[in-house]
Ligand binder design. Structure first.
Ligand code: FAD
Length: 113
């Protein structure tokens, strides 16, 4: 469980580094931003959920900040646009990329390599 959490956090960090790299170069980051917003909201929620599970009843109590974080982080799937709205735009960009370039790579971080 800890290995899964560490892996997910690592993926999230790499995603943010890629977005920061593109932003620094003045490139369009809207697609990656939407993808990262959804990914992180789910990922952090899952990591906190795992931490609660590992702590047993203690994790669900008010003796650790975990239960409070669990509720707070849930809002990230709504704030700044619900997941569904971001996914709608992400999906549209995938189709647009294929129509314009014959590949969906540019809509999925493909300019990274
Ligand atoms: C803690 C918190 C802080 C916030 N802070 C701010 C802030 O600082 N500034 C600000 O402007 N707003 C803020 N908001 C508001 C937030 O941006 C909205 O709650 C969010 O955009 C969703 O709008 P809504 O609540 O009206 O839900 P609705 O628009 O009614 O959506 C409800 C659900 O319907 C579905 N849905 C909606 N639209 C679509 C669509 N196009 N396609 C498919 N499904 C869809 C989704 O499942 C969605 O979750 C905050 C919200 C919270 C919870």
């Amino acid at each position: 469980m800890l290995a899964d959490c560490a892996s997910e956090l690592y993926i999230g960090r790499l995603m943010l580094l890629h977005i920061a790299y593109k932003a620094e170069k003045g490139l369009d980051i809207r697609q990656e931003n939407s993808i990262a917003k959804i990914f992180h909201a789910h990922m952090v929620h899952k990591v906190i959920d795992t931490a609660i599970q590992l702590h047993g009843a203690l994790g669900f109590s008010q003796d650790t900040p975990l239960a409070k974080w669990y509720t707070q982080v849930r809002s990230q799937r709504l704030v700044d646009g619900p997941d569904e709205v971001h996914k709608w735009k992400i999906g549209k960009n995938v189709i647009k990329a294929f129509r314009e370039h014959g590949t969906t790579a540019s809509a999925a971080g493909g300019d990274l390599l």
